[in-house]
Design a protein. Sequence first.
Length: 467
Amino acid sequence: MSEKKESINNYIASNKQRFLNELMELLKIPSISADSNYNNETLRTAQEVEKRFIEAGAEHVEICPTAGHPIVYADKIIDTNLPTVLVYGHYDVQPPDPINLWTSPPFEPIIKKTEIHPEGAIFARGACDDKGQMFMHIKAFEVMMKTNSLTCNVKFMIEGEEEIGSKNLETYVKQNKEKLKADVILISDTGIIANQIPSITVGLRGLSYMEVEVTGPNRDLHSGLYGGAVGNPINILCEMITKLKDDKNSITIPGFYDKVEIISTEERAEMAKAPFNLDDYKKSIGLTDIDGEAGYTTNERNSIRPTLDVNGIWGGYTGEGAKTVLPSKAYAKISMRLVPHQDSEEISTLFTTYFKSIAPPSVTVKVTAHHGGTPYVTPTDFSGYVAAKNAMEETFGKTPIPVRSGGSIPIVALFEQELGLKSVLMGFGLDSDSIHSPNEHYGVFNYFKGIETIPLFFEHFSKLSNE
Ligand code: BES
Ligand code: MN
Ligand code: MN
């Protein structure tokens, strides 16, 4: 081991407990961006992040106000002739509900051992997505500062609105192009295949998120007096939803697949080499069988193929007991995950036109679009990817596998468009970490693997930029 690596590892080892404690402190603050009741806590989280940057030795640290939750910016410029890494992450979290399904309170972090995490995992909302992964970067930065091993410039941009669509970050990026000038963007907000099977995310899906409202009669009706003679908006909504897919689970919206990137047989064969066990997969989510678009494997269905899913549906009576009512309205939230080269706005329009066209004359339909996002793919032959690959190879002892993920980080495509920068998606979470679900957790192993790997990314990226 080089002297430098040894001093980095020593520093991490002697500060291990503090690194864990500081993350636990951060996880105690409920920075739920979607819920304005938590605006104070969200701001307090930004302030805590700011404080940690200052302690770690960042130079310019500021809380940048936006029309929504603030962005924390920090940097350390050691030499303007050297390359610059821009780190992006988010300090906001998803709402914790359904709260009764948590085995310990979501904002009282606690370390528990699990089958997959024998060294223990931190259970809390945001532990993996993304406070835990974002905080690895602050700690890795501290390590590099304290061991004199930072070899290039670094800028940090940590936002508080990723989980609600990053609208204000979009404005911030457009207005601060000079300030955000860099050579590459580094993000840890994705995952690896398994703790023994490192991987790097090379694709993110885009998103079109719709809300529909189906209206029948002008008021809720007695289902005995009117039932059978009046169209029921909930029944009709369900029928309309059913029409959005055919019996092969193919989406029926005209034009939906027109621009979908066709992946060659060779490329699909290459992707199929990533280790995957269908039985384990089913077992991990408590299923006896899977379901999806005909002609594609599970890993293809959740990465290179677009989807349409109902995320929520409501209307009528859902309280205790029974109420015989024929509701006036029914609602659903429907999202579509997009792949290259589908366009979010275009897909939203196609959806709206088709959804209205399949409504029977007994109801009226209103469709609104929520936030969207453009799909993103990274090449594996640019210096950022190679640096991440080399770094992970050193810390995992294995070459990471490039994989396309099914998730979305909509701002990544905008970074490329506005800043001309590619993003390296070097995440350390596991699919089983229950992000967005009750009992979200993040492995202690994964947290420290990240802190160890990030300084090596910087080292390799500097070296590659010098060549
Ligand atoms: N970190 C996730 C996205 C993710 C997780 C990508 C794991 C790949 C692997 C991010 O915070 C997220 O949840 N994104 C949302 C989109 C956003 C617009 C709400 C998503 O994918 O649903
Ligand atoms: Mn995230
Ligand atoms: Mn998320």
